[in-house]
Design a protein around this ligand. Sequence first.
Ligand code: ADP
Ligand code: MG
Length: 326
Amino acid sequence: MSDSLLRLSSLSCHFSHGREQLAAVDGVSLELAAGEVLGLVGESGSGKSTLGRLIAGLETPSSGEIVFAGQRLPPRRSARALRAQAGQLQMIFQDSYASLNPRMTIAASLAEPLQALGLSGAEVRAKVQTWLQRAGLGEAFAERYPHQLSGGQRQRVGVARAFISEPKLVICDEAVSALDVSVQAQIIQLLRDIQRDSATAMIFITHDLAVLGSLADRIAVMYLGELLELAPCRQLLERPLHPYTRQLLAAHPEPELGAPLALATRGQSSELPLALSSDVGCRFAGRCPYVQPACRRQPPWLQASQSADALVACHRLAWIEGGAKD
Ligand code: ADP
Ligand code: MG
């Protein structure tokens, strides 16, 4: 792909867990085009945040490779390298209160990423003005402090701060998950408008498939450290192939795009087993209605669907595509 912005090759991140190795991210490969929005969905504990942190350089991979904007990124990025990359790659977190400095005014928080790029004072002031407007805040917010803002207003600041340096990639980790549904919709609309205008690529991490319908070009489904399905947004919502994706969508079998969906598995996250690097077979086998003995012996690999533009990691893909008839 000539306009490839990000390429992950067999990326893994294992943590020590007693005598075992916890596989928070296990052999993830994917490619993101410039300007593309990828939704990354899965239950709590599936490794989404760790994958985002690996790309951002906040976590060190155990193995694998990250190529970003044509450069192979070193496994360990120095504080200097992280500062240098800030003009190109930004993150938005769930808790904007924790990610904004409580003692800095909103204008100062927005100015920070620009000062790091060496812009003049006048340029910085002009951009801060512009971005307060674009984020739907207005000039009056410039001299306010984070505690004087509502959660939705703070997340608007988080969005403006992420996009103000015109990065190539913004990673949003559960950026709307803590907000009321009506405020969620406003922030998603804001992200969509800014993303389209700026053609910035985005990885939008969420446990909630419902928010992706209006936002994502493609959706990647993660389960226990692994990518199980990767497909264009509409197709994945309308015709999910992997049994896990089907379970995620099961509450609403024919969802209208953008309509609220409940995760069929929500509330079961405490039962999610740990992914260990010593696991053999498919990690989803224990919850899969279609499991066969072979599924427990060999891990599935991402394979191209025969009937759709999708990659699916399931031993039973051909059977599912054939109409699930024996
Ligand atoms: P998600 O964002 O999908 O909820 P995470 O990436 O936060 O998932 O976590 C994936 C798994 O890795 C979880 O089992 C979590 O407990 C574990 N994990 C994440 N970070 C660490 C860490 N720094 N040390 C040990 N285990 C971790
Ligand atoms: Mg997370």
